[in-house]
Design a protein around this ligand. Structure first.
Ligand SMILES: O=C(O)CCC(=O)C(=O)O
Length: 278
């Protein structure tokens, strides 16, 4: 089902080339400053209420962490319009569908506040969420059935703990720990996001990645949407709020629930295809 608001291709040839080579690409100005401000306000409000009352913001959501240096709320679509708008952002969805190869569902969603932490906790937690063997190549381009849009809600300089990735690891069908050990021995292979607030890190979940280390003393806020082809399951704890999902129009309901399942409309580009206006 094609949606005229979702551009296809959504990435310029240069963005797609960068993504294929490195496993990630940073899309600057994906969100406006007012969208970023609304997301930050809501996230701080959820944390404030939790610290005062211990309450979750709603049913069908959870906190993955409530530590002072890492607050994370999970399963977001029904919690606030700003979360919903982010997770259904047509341009970002166009990018996600382009690099998974067809219509997607929301697989997980979470928003984080990261704060400076004690020296003994200042280390990478490198991981990947999808086996490289699940990926495929068409027209010479790489596709992975699990991708994320991770948007920085704060400006990220080199000391602000932006996401760290092991460059090019998305295509390496090698035990993750061996890749991590090798990259740690040569930090040139570890790339860290440095970008203004509102920038989106679009990446394949086969790419080995980690939170960066905050050395600046500043809070780092971010929001993530994880997407898979429609026949995949949501991650545990991320099934949609049923009433909220049923109240949406068909395309959005399918995005939240995956109810198109094996009705998967594959769309493939060539690298030279120009980006569509969206
Ligand atoms: O904090 C980050 O930048 C990375 C988050 C992360 O590793 C993940 O969501 O899997």
């Amino acid at each position: 089902m094609s949606d005229p608001k979702k551009p296809f291709p959504a990435l310029s040839p240069a963005q797609r080339l960068y993504l294929d080579v490195h496993g990630y690409v940073v899309i600057e100005e994906a969100l406006t400053s007012s969208e970023v401000a609304r997301l930050c306000d809501k996230l701080y409000e959820i944390e404030r209420v939790y610290r005062q009352t211990g309450a979750l913001p709603d049913t069908h959501c959870h906190f993955s962490s409530t530590a002072e240096d890492f607050f994370r709320v999970d399963n977001l679509p029904h919690l606030a319009p700003c979360f919903f708008e982010y997770l259904t952002h047509p341009r970002l969805l166009g990018m996600v569908e382009e690099i998974t190869g067809g219509n997607v569902r929301l697989e997980q969603s979470d928003a984080h506040i990261r704060r400076p932490t004690s020296p003994e906790k200042q280390r990478y937690g490198f991981h990947r969420g999808m086996d490289v063997g699940m990926s495929y190549v068409k027209n010479g381009l790489y596709y992975c059935p699990f991708v994320k849009t991770l948007t920085n809600l704060t400006d990220l300089g080199p000391d602000d703990g932006g996401t760290a990735v092991i460059d090019g690891s998305h295509k390496l069908d090698v035990e993750a720990q061996a890749i991590i050990d090798a990259a740690m021995a040569d930090p040139r292979m570890i790339h860290q996001v440095v970008a203004p607030a509102g920038s989106t890190l679009l990446f394949f979940e086969s790419l080995i990645h980690s939170s960066g280390i905050i050395r600046s003393g500043r809070d780092r806020l971010l929001i993530i949407g994880g997407y898979t082809p429609s026949m995949f399951q949501a991650w545990r704890g991320y099934d949609p709020h049923p009433d909220f999902a049923q109240a949406q129009e068909e395309a959005t309901r399918s995005l939240l629930t995956g109810d198109r399942k094996y009705h998967w409309d594959r769309r493939l580009r060539r690298l030279s295809d120009p980006v569509a206006e969206g």
